[in-house]
Design a protein around this ligand. Structure first.
Ligand SMILES: [Zn+2]
Length: 229
């Protein structure tokens, strides 16, 4: 995994579009095609909005890390989100928190700008007419809001979980802070997975499982820190 298309370079780090993006594209097309071919523009608009929002999210992390003179090995956009690989841990907890917060903040900033633009340009736009470029703006705003808010949930491996973990580190031992946020991640992932099953939202189940398994892996690693990841 994490081979893919090289989009460019930012501050010395290659920006990579991971092949798993194809899974997201296939899922969006297949889940919308039941509604007929007319739903395909909606799938395409959603796909582009998600990838753009993930790109902006990761660039928020990367730019903040670069501002603290922390180089990144790579910036990866996947079908499930994305990540950056800083060359080393920030020297200060405050820097660590700011780098984590910058991703969701970039998304929420985009959502706010999109909202203002939409209200200014067309108060009555709905998602029904895809010939209208404003429907892309509306979709992008929705995706940005969802991505930004979701990532602020306080469980590992989400940004909110990382922020809480580092903030708790001011008060409790780091291993304890890590354990608390991993448990919260497990609860969030399990809840999302079950809610997805209950409402037949396959994407929610998938993301829930992804978060829960990452949180479980982290709990295992914390129990046996010498074990290789
Ligand atoms: Zn993030």
């Amino acid at each position: 995994m994490f081979g893919g298309l090289r989009l460019g370079v930012y501050a010395g780090a290659p920006i990579i579009l991971d092949w798993s993006v194809a899974i997201l594209a296939a899922f969006l097309v297949l889940s919308n095609i039941a509604a007929g071919m007319s739903a395909l523009p909606f799938a395409l608009i959603t796909l582009i909005s998600i990838l753009l929002a993930i790109f902006i999210h990761e660039m928020g992390h990367a730019a903040t890390a670069a501002a603290f003179r922390i180089p990144n090995r790579r910036i990866v956009i996947t079908g499930f989100g994305g990540f950056i690989e800083p060359a080393w841990k920030p020297a200060y907890r405050s820097q660590d928190i700011l780098i984590s917060a910058a991703g969701p903040a970039a998304n929420l900033g985009c959502a706010a700008i999109g909202w203002v633009l939409l209200r200014a340009l067309s108060p009555a736009t709905t998602l029904e007419g895809f010939d209208d470029p404003l429907s892309f703006l509306e979709r992008f705003m929705q995706v940005s809001l969802a991505l930004g808010a979701f990532n602020l949930l306080p469980g590992f491996p989400l940004d909110g979980g990382h922020i809480l973990r580092v903030a708790l580190g001011y008060r409790v031992q780091e291993s304890k802070a890590a354990k608390i946020t991993a448990w919260l991640g497990l609860i969030i992932g399990a809840y999302l997975g079950l809610a997805g099953v209950a409402t037949q939202a396959l994407w929610a189940t998938g993301i829930g499982l992804y978060i829960a398994s990452a949180a479980l892996e982290e709990l295992r690693r914390l129990r046996n820190p010498t074990r290789k990841r």
